[in-house]
Design a protein around this ligand. Structure first.
Ligand code: FES
Length: 112
């Protein structure tokens, strides 16, 4: 995804999909919240590995602070589509990425 300009300076293309996963991060330091207690960190690593394995280089992953839907945690949001998924796991991430590759969402996993 990195490119360089005429002067050889590297820059990153704007991603096609941006996946935000709540890791219960806090500006003040130690993460606190539901998602981090439900292994969100491991899920972020899993998503990154899956994106690499699938060659989905047009996607970028960021961890976030609380997305205010803790009852549905761990939560993942995909933009620009605006898909909000709750209770994500390795299994549901596989389904979500399968659908994303085809330009779809997994309706039954979306937070209503
Ligand atoms: S801690 Fe993840 S949504 Fe609140």
């Amino acid at each position: 995804m990195d490119k360089s300009d005429k002067r050889g300076r590297f820059f990153m293309e704007k991603p096609k999909h941006h996946l935000f996963i709540c890791s219960s991060s806090r500006v003040s330091g130690e993460p606190k919240g539901v998602c981090i207690r439900k292994d969100a960190r491991d899920l972020i690593l899993y998503v990154q590995t899956e994106l690499n394995d699938r060659g989905m280089s047009d996607c970028i992953v960021s961890n976030t602070g609380c997305l205010k839907l803790c009852d549905h945690g761990p939560v993942m949001v995909i933009y620009p589509e605006g898909y909000w998924y709750g209770n994500i796991s390795e299994d549901t991430i596989d389904q979500i990425l399968d659908a994303l590759e085809e330009g779809n969402s997994v309706e039954e996993l979306l937070i209503q």
